[in-house]
Design a protein around this ligand. Structure first.
Ligand SMILES: [Cu+2]
Length: 151
């Protein structure tokens, strides 16, 4: 390969990756959920309302997906999603997903274990249970990433 060609290729690669990571385009997230999970559908709507491009996969058996994602039963919730190499488990607010992608910590992903009332997709009138968004690693260890309700 000539050095001129090599420089050209490097420039091309640079512009391609620049386009892929550049700014304001909608980020695509892959969501695995059971076909008849209502609150999962409401969470998908929450993501769409916040400009995520959601790729929904309906499946009746989420267990192998959760196992592969490194989710322990203590972290598990109703749906499992993947974005940019991270796992998003349960009713995680869109703003926390954005913060995760921005801060890009070394971690497996975020989880809201169970299904706390008041989290996105789990609204029930004015009721808002206290819940935490957890940042977890591939050994099942976690720390608090965000506390709700805020303030
Ligand atoms: Cu749910």
């Amino acid at each position: 390969m000539t050095s001129r060609l090599r420089t050209g290729l490097a420039a091309l690669l640079f512009s391609l990756t620049g386009a892929a990571y550049g700014g304001d385009s909608a980020q695509s997230i892959k969501v695995y959920k059971s076909p008849n999970c209502g609150c999962c559908g409401d969470w998908v709507k929450h993501l769409e309302d916040n400009d995520f491009e959601v790729d929904v996969h309906n499946t009746r058996n989420l267990n192998p997906i959760k196992a592969e994602a490194g989710l322990t039963p203590a972290l598990a919730s109703c749906h499992t999603a993947f974005i940019d190499g991270y796992v998003i488990e349960g009713h995680v607010p869109a703003s926390d997903i954005r913060r995760l992608l921005e801060e890009a910590p070394k971690a497996q992903g975020l989880a809201v274990p169970g299904m706390p009332v008041g989290s996105p997709g789990m609204e029930m009138g004015d009721r808002e249970d206290e819940y935490q968004v957890l940042l977890f690693n591939d050994e099942g260890q976690s720390r608090v990433f965000a506390n709700y309700p805020e303030g």
